[in-house]
Write a protein that binds this ligand. Structure first.
Ligand code: SF4
Length: 384
């Protein structure tokens, strides 16, 4: 069966943000025609032929750099091979400085009904440190413009746990985000990834990462503030108003099949995970020669599946069904404040989510009868 979910990677950015290690192509002028021609060639290879899509997600990179006409061209190319259902969730990631009345009108006309806006902070000093291309006033302006254009389903991305020397006021940023009345908020804890500008700054001692205590405080503060504002913390990094959770990302977390097109995009058919070559130039070159763009694949073993089921279950509010033998350890986690248990279903609390890596590793080891790693009481959070 063809998948019901399609991810499209649009790699272009005006410049690299200081923390970003994504597969991007920095371009002052976005090569829209070249990209769409390559995308059409990839779609012709047949991975989504005949699919009825329930979600389409244009991520990046910065899909909004395609402008109104470019996004319309991408969605038209997809429609040549699939049916985008009339109730589909169609999301594009946008940077505030790409949002205009004309672009929103063109995105809406092309079928976009959800915009994920890269806000990150409302502090101009912080935004400059991050190498963002917008200031805080442009975030509020973009939200107003998107709404005026008729798209209500707006998500905001925020980054927390920044180095202390920035004196970032996290509470103030959360309040600013809530004041814009988004339907959804995604939070990402800053991690220093190799080959990023901040990794170089850290190497030469110019920055010191935020402390573990700061990480916990800011994560738990966001949980409390957003819960009080009516949001459900439905996944470790994501909050939504009722009925506004990301249907596309939820498909990933429930193990559904999905297809991905564009450089570095991943696909999953229930048995294997495959990914495209990451570099834009190589992806486009192969397609211009009608060559496959597969960069690698991983066939899931039974053990892989067990581990994924545990990680995916524990990261969402849906939780995980427990076996008889797991009830005693689940009770320990419940008494530590890390989990709630309803009949046989365990759901991690926000305090538990701060320990997701170690808790999931422990439970997965028990399921596959491997020696269980000693439970780590300190937080570990590479997933947020
Ligand atoms: S806009 Fe997004 S993808 Fe592009 S460099 Fe910044 S964080 Fe990375």
């Amino acid at each position: 069966m063809p998948p019901n979910h399609l991810y499209v990677h649009v790699p272009f950015c005006a410049r690299r943000c200081s923390y970003c290690d994504f597969s991007i192509a920095v371009r002052s002028r976005t090569p829209i025609d070249e990209y769409v021609t390559a995308l059409r060639s990839e779609l012709k290879q047949g991975s989504v032929d005949g699919a009825t899509l329930d979600t389409v997600y244009l991520g990046g990179g910065t899909p909004s750099r395609l402008g109104g006409p470019g996004v319309a061209m991408v969605l038209a190319a997809i429609r040549d091979h699939t049916t985008i259902s009339s109730t589909a969730e169609v999301t594009i990631e946008a940077n505030p400085d790409d949002v205009s009345d004309i672009a929103v009108a063109q995105w809406l006309a092309a079928g976009v009904n959800r915009i994920s806006l890269g806000a990150q902070s409302f502090d101009d000093t912080v935004l400059a440190w991050m190498h963002r291309t917008h200031d805080s006033s442009q975030i509020a302006g973009a939200v107003k413009t998107i709404r005026r254009g008729g798209i209500e389903n707006i998500s905001l991305d925020l980054i927390f746990a920044l180095p202390a020397h920035l004196n970032r006021d996290w509470k103030n940023d959360v309040e600013h985000a809530l004041a814009l009345a988004p339907a959804h908020v995604s939070l990402y804890g800053l991690t220093v990834e190799a080959h990023t500008p901040i990794a170089r700054w850290a190497d030469r001692g110019a920055i010191v990462e935020g402390s573990e205590a700061q990480y916990e405080d800011e994560f738990l503060y966001a949980n409390d503030a957003m819960s009080a504002a009516g949001f459900e913390h439905y996944e470790v990094s994501n909050f939504s108003l009722p009925g506004k959770s990301s249907r596309h990302n939820s498909a990933y977390w429930t193990g559904a099949s999905y297809a991905g097109v564009g450089p570095s995009a991943h696909s999953f058919d229930g048995a294997a995970r495959r990914w495209n070559v990451a570099a834009y130039a190589e992806w486009a070159r192969r397609l211009s020669n009608s060559e496959p763009v597969l960069g690698g694949e991983e066939i899931l073993t039974d053990e892989n599946r067990d581990v994924e089921e545990v990680y995916l279950g524990l990261r969402t509010r849906n939780g995980l069904e427990l076996g008889e033998a797991e009830l005693s350890v689940a009770e320990l986690w419940r008494s530590a404040g890390w989990a709630e248990i309803e009949s046989r279903r365990m759901v991690l609390t926000p305090t538990g989510w701060l320990r997701l890596d170690s808790l999931a590793a422990d439970l997965a080891a028990r399921r596959s009868n491997r020696p269980s790693p000693a439970l780590i009481a300190t937080p570990s959070h590479s997933y947020i």
